[in-house]
Design a protein around this ligand. Structure first.
Ligand SMILES: [Zn+2]
Ligand SMILES: [Zn+2]
Length: 484
């Protein structure tokens, strides 16, 4: 059995971060040609790669291709989001384990068994499909129904399986999970959301494997009926909307990175001109907005300018709601953090939303991840960041050196930004900001990271006296940790 060679030698230019554009174009062409397959090759690879993970042919063929599970992210990427994270996810996928992945693997076979029984159909394993027009696009559906030229895609939703339910119906699950589940009600029917990544994944699979129909199967647990929706291939969506974006992303973001391997060398991958231009535009827009929201600066008698900070309104319930959210972490001695967002109203900065991002924490630190999800939410709801909140599970309420650096970046964006620290063990809740002259100067100039000492006098932070706690201010909590 002869294996196709997809390992490419990128030549003498592989080591340069920036390479000549015409040379780059030539090397991109080489990659594109190597990945192109004939129909016979496509069929052979598909048959031989059955078994997916762990199958050597599957792993080799998948390596340099853009695969259907990424399509939604590429298509929904905002023009000014750097391509680095997505390119990294495509080329160097991190094998992460979670209870949810375990659940998915364990229950997929169960779901397919139920599907075969209720539909009286036989499902066969599928291998890796390569697109005949764009050889760099690939797909691996969860199964093929040979008798009717269709395929299946199975999702086992772990987060939904953990809900406490009364009626054990899909309707109830949708009511509880709302935006956190891939399903929606549409004309009295339940269906896969048409803007969900899974929808783009399925359309990619259908169009690449040239199947007419996909059974989208959702398994939650044995108490809830299996959900099955028949989704037809949408050739127009594929050709007019998806392909142009996928082709551009592959040629301009992924290919140059395959050639230059910046990520492998510990650098960020280069944003192509169409992205870097959008980033510049967005930054200009942001600067205009921050001008509008900057506070009044007046000259005081001693000729030093003093900032008049506008009041920051904090809903009364905010800290208790947050401590409830953090409870599980706190009991395990792990910090938890949230972003405080709101709007400028009547010259007051009103915190109206608490966004709990996906995060990792330890006993003395907490780091938000997936920042694009926070930004997207804020942008869609027209919210500005007014501060952040975090717990100190075992320590008192203060700002650690790491906290000072975190807060400095908030306060640089908006001088009123506050840091709320909850120390449940000591029953302390403190509202802090950096001292505008000393704290901001010392921290913004400090280039150290991790925990490190700073001069403690004059003080680097103080209690934020522009905070106003209001009883009737409302608060909305968005827990992005639940988002799939
Ligand atoms: Zn802290
Ligand atoms: Zn420092």
């Amino acid at each position: 059995m002869k294996q196709r060679d997809v390992n490419i030698d990128y030549g003498p230019h592989a080591d340069q971060q920036m390479i000549d554009q015409s040379l780059l174009a030539e090397e991109v062409d080489v990659i594109l040609r190597r990945l192109q397959v004939s129909e016979a090759e496509r069929d052979r690879i598909q048959t031989e790669s059955v078994g997916q993970f762990g199958n050597a042919i599957f792993e080799t063929e998948r390596k340099l291709r853009l695969t259907a599970s990424m399509f939604g992210k590429v298509i929904k990427r905002r023009p000014y989001t750097s391509c680095h994270n997505m390119v990294k996810e495509c080329l160097k996928p991190s094998s992460f384990w979670s209870e949810a992945t375990d659940y998915g693997i364990a229950k997929e076979k169960v779901a397919i068994g139920i599907f075969e029984r209720i539909k009286s159909l036989h499902v066969q394993d599928s291998g890796f499909w390569i697109d005949l027009q764009y050889g760099f696009l690939g797909a691996s559906p969860d199964g093929i129904v040979l008798s009717e030229d269709s395929m299946i895609e199975v999702k086992c939703i772990y987060s939904a399986s953990k809900l406490e339910l009364k009626k054990h119906t899909l309707d109830e699950v949708i009511d509880i999970m709302k935006s956190k589940i891939c399903l929606e009600r549409h004309d009295d029917q339940i269906r896969l959301k048409r803007t969900h990544n899974y929808y783009y994944q399925i359309q990619g699979q259908l169009n690449i494997a040239r199947k007419s129909k996909c059974y989208f199967i959702v398994y939650i647990n044995d108490a809830i009926d299996l959900f099955v929706e028949e989704i037809e291939r949408d050739a127009k969506l594929w050709e007019e909307k998806m392909c142009p974006l996928l082709v551009q992303f592959y040629k301009e973001c992924i290919c140059p990175e395959i050639i230059m391997d910046n990520i492998g060398k510990g650098r960020r991958c280069n944003d192509p001109p169409f992205i870097s231009e959008a980033i510049t535009l967005q930054e200009e827009k942001k600067r205009k907005i921050s001008k509008v929201i900057n506070p009044v600066i007046v000259n005081s008698a001693d000729k030093e300018s003093i900032q008049i900070l506008r009041h920051v309104v904090v809903p009364f319930e905010l800290t208790s709601v947050f401590q409830k959210i953090a409870e599980n972490n706190t009991s395990e001695n792990i910090e938890c953090c949230g972003i405080l967002a709101g709007r400028l109203e009547n010259n007051k900065l009103k915190i109206s939303h608490m966004i709990v991002p996906k995060q990792t924490g330890t006993s003395d630190s907490c780091t938000a991840s997936h920042e694009e999800e926070i930004l997207l939410y804020q942008e869609q709801h027209d919210l500005i960041t007014i501060g952040w909140i975090h717990t100190h599970p075992t320590q008192t309420a203060f700002l650690s050196s790491v906290d000072l650096h975190t807060h400095c970046s908030y306060q640089l964006l908006i001088p009123e930004a506050i840091a709320i620290v909850c120390a449940p063990k000591y029953k302390q809740i403190e509202y802090f900001n950096l001292t505008p002259t000393n704290g901001m100067t010392v921290i913004s100039k400090c280039k150290k990271s991790g925990f490190h000492p700073h001069p403690s006098e004059p003080p680097l932070f103080k209690s934020a006296d522009h905070v106003r706690i209001e009883n009737d201010a409302t608060l909305e909590v968005i827990d992005l940790r639940m988002l799939e």
